[in-house]
Design a protein. Structure first.
Length: 228
């Protein structure tokens, strides 16, 4: 039944070919040959190829040709979310809410899989961020913020979850929230981050969850700050 549904999937002939041919990871036939095999014109095949390329399904290079890439959800979200935010940047907050619920839902699964090395990475990120916030001049620890969250959820074995979480940070940067410089806000955010990491190290996972939820609510105040 599943195979029957797959065969009826609403995808192009080219994408169906990619899904059915693992050997495509080492290279595809010439377009003229492939168009004959698929029963479509070369022009149509080029159009389908361009869509697959935009979705991050294939790599196209002049000398090495075309090859299938490992699947990732991120390019699909990147294109669609970027378009949505250009229509109306309030779509970012809807996506942020999705990300907030995902992190909360996967928190316990994620933190139980963290290794001692992961915990050390999280503590190092806290230390680096603290140095930036207390430096002269003060620096915004955005990269540390991003890496802290991605590290916590790095072992979740779900391509769609990781795609959403990675796309969130690209959107966060695109909308300009990574350059927000209210020191009081930043200190509050990193206070919660420290609580989260301390809870992970001490295996107080419920306390870490509470800090996560409180901290992610701060995005609404950040996004809705008065324009200067």
């Amino acid at each position: 039944m599943l195979r029957e549904r797959n065969s009826q999937a609403n995808i192009s002939e080219f994408m169906r070919y990619l899904a059915a041919h693992p050997e495509a990871e080492t290279g595809l036939p010439a377009l003229t040959e492939l168009s004959l095999e698929l029963g479509i014109s070369v022009a149509t095949l080029r159009e389908q190829l361009e869509v697959a390329r935009a979705l991050g399904l294939v790599d196209v290079r002049p000398r090495t040709g075309i090859r299938r890439l490992p699947y990732t959800f991120l390019p699909t979200i990147r294109k669609s979310l970027g378009y949505a935010m250009n229509l109306d940047d309030s779509h970012f907050m809807a996506f942020s809410d999705l990300r907030r619920h995902l992190e909360a839902a996967y928190w316990h699964e994620a933190v139980h899989q963290l290794t001692e090395q992961d915990q050390q990475t999280l503590q190092n990120l806290i230390a680096r961020a603290t140095n930036k916030l207390h430096g002269a001049p003060i620096q915004i620890p955005h990269e540390e913020h991003k890496q802290l969250h991605l590290t916590i959820f790095r072992h979740i074995d779900n391509l769609f979850v990781s795609g959403v979480l990675e796309a969130y940070w690209e959107a966060y940067e695109a909308i300009g929230l990574n350059v927000y410089n209210d020191i009081n806000y930043l200190q509050e955010v990193w206070q919660y981050h420290r609580q989260m990491v301390d809870a992970i190290v001490n295996k107080n996972y419920d306390e870490g969850y509470t800090a996560l939820v409180k901290h992610t609510d701060l995005i609404y105040h950040l996004y809705n700050r008065p324009a200067k």
